[in-house]
Design a protein around this ligand. Structure first.
Ligand code: SF4
Length: 472
């Protein structure tokens, strides 16, 4: 395994986008609610963001690099007048982080302009691109391929063209699509990425997570089903099943880490689910310790659960710098040496002389975990017992989560004891797959566990190693 460098932006697996859309039946301007929705979904992607609106006749909008509040302000939001809106925040998984790849992707077609916002990743992009020999690509994303297939469909009816396009796509896709007079939400046949529907006065709202509904005051109605197409236009909301018979396979890492803890899934908060992951872990992987601390923020709910089940007190032990954002400064050797210290700092008095359970939601390369263990020891921790609220990540994700190749995944290369030694912990314990599925209350045959057990719900083409820069 390569000993990859670690910097603050490499602490975690990276999610691959958030999508948001609103349709108002009373003509309300929707750029601002879309801004707020994207602001709530910012954790799902920080590389670029965009909003497009339609007033029924034409689109207005913009997309740019950076955080939502770096791209939009009072003045430019005022210019975006329309009663249908679509928004996107991006973390790149197919196509690099450049303006041409920012979304929503807008394309002209015989149906009028079409805007597409995508959360997920297609696995048959090369094959699909070959179906568009004359199309001049502007960027290198799979989202542009979906938009181009739809725009160039031989079907004369928009819905027929959309269903035909979707049937060609393989992989993970939660999509929101806007035309001059329609807003459409789609989930792939396995429902790998989430997508919710909410209601706000005379408007319907789509959001990757329910936290995007909460911020605009929308009431959660239901999730878009796997293989479902929901269309909103002047006639109201209607739904179609465009694909049936595939097994559901929602990404378990949405439960473990990606989704915001205050978002809901099937009426239950992700916070509550993560507390249960910690409780199961305390039973499976007990430790003789004085306190439970978490790698903030995502490790906190599981640490609370572990503490309540084990009776070992929970305490703050590591403080996260919340203002670090994205840095475009090339790391110098000195900065690499600082590594995780830029983002996390222990509370010395809290950890000195203590036997600590340190909770994190996952270990990817192991370099960050080792640095955190070292930080705690440097501050006087007597013992560090590392606990992980997920099973070992052994395989790469091809469905919209930016994972390293297997060569860089520590659990694909070392035993648990080998990892313990590498991260220099006194003990190491992972949650079992069985307890994971119990805690999230979703059976293994209705979830995607591929990065944990190698069973991919959509077969991955041989030799497909990395999609991110496939077309560059
Ligand atoms: S492979 Fe892992 S990260 Fe990717 S969708 Fe499946 S469970 Fe989620």
């Amino acid at each position: 395994m390569k000993d990859s460098r670690c910097c603050a932006s490499e602490l975690k697996l990276k999610d691959a986008c958030g999508v948001f859309g609103v349709y108002s039946f009373n003509g309300a301007n929707l750029a601002k609610p879309t801004y707020y929705g994207l602001f709530s979904l910012q954790h799902r992607g920080q590389e670029s963001a965009g909003i497009y609106v339609s007033d029924g006749r034409r689109f207005k909008g913009r997309a740019g690099m950076g955080l939502v509040n770096m791209i939009f302000n009072e003045d430019n939001l005022k210019e975006l007048t329309g009663h249908i809106a679509i928004g996107h925040v991006r973390y790149s998984t197919t196509g690099s982080s450049i303006l041409e790849n920012a979304q929503p992707f807008v394309i002209e077609s015989k149906f009028g302009p079409i805007a597409v916002a995508h959360n997920g990743n297609l696995i048959n992009t090369k094959e699909l691109r070959d179906h568009l020999p004359d199309y001049k690509f502007k960027g290198t994303t799979d989202t542009e391929i979906i938009a181009a297939l739809l725009a160039n469909s031989p079907e004369s009816d928009f819905e027929a063209a959309l269903i035909k396009t979707l049937a060609q796509c393989r992989g993970a896709f939660s999509l929101i699509i806007m035309t001059n007079d329609k807003l459409v939400a789609v989930r792939d046949p396995h429902g790998i990425r989430p997508l919710s529907i909410g209601k706000l006065d005379d408007a319907y709202v789509f959001s990757s997570e329910t936290c995007g509904l909460d911020v605009v005051g929308a009431v959660f109605v239901r999730d878009v089903d796997a293989g479902e197409l929901v269309i909103i236009d002047a006639q109201g909301l209607r739904s179609k099943t465009w694909s049936r018979g595939e097994r559901e396979a929602m990404c378990v890492f949405e439960f473990i880490y990606f989704a915001r803890p205050d978002s809901l899934i099937k009426g239950r908060s992700f916070h509550d689910i993560r507390v249960h992951l910690g409780k199961y872990l305390a039973v499976e992987q007990p430790a003789n310790a004085d306190m439970v601390i978490a790698v903030p923020d995502s490790g906190i709910p599981a640490a609370i659960g572990y503490a309540s089940e084990s009776g070992i007190p929970f305490s703050e032990g590591l403080i996260k710098n919340r203002y670090i954002g994205r840095t475009f400064i090339q790391p110098t050797q000195a900065l690499r040496d600082i590594g995780v210290k830029m983002k996390l700092n222990p509370i010395r008095d809290a950890v000195r002389g203590r036997k600590i359970v340190l909770m994190d939601d996952s270990i990817v390369r192991g370099t960050t975990s080792r640095q955190i263990v070292r930080l705690l020891r440097d501050c006087g921790a007597r013992e560090v017992h590392f606990r992980v609220s997920s099973p070992p990540i052994m395989h790469s994700c091809f469905y919209g989560i930016d994972t390293p190749s297997r060569a860089d995944l520590i659990a694909a290369n070392l035993s648990v004891e080998g990892i313990r030694k590498y991260i220099e912990a006194d003990s190491l314990g992972y949650l079992s797959l069985k307890s994971l599925t119990k805690a999230i209350n979703l059976p293994a045959d209705r979830s995607c566990l591929a990065c944990l057990n190698g069973e991919y719900p959509v077969n991955i083409p041989e030799r497909l190693q990395s999609l991110k820069l496939f077309f560059e």
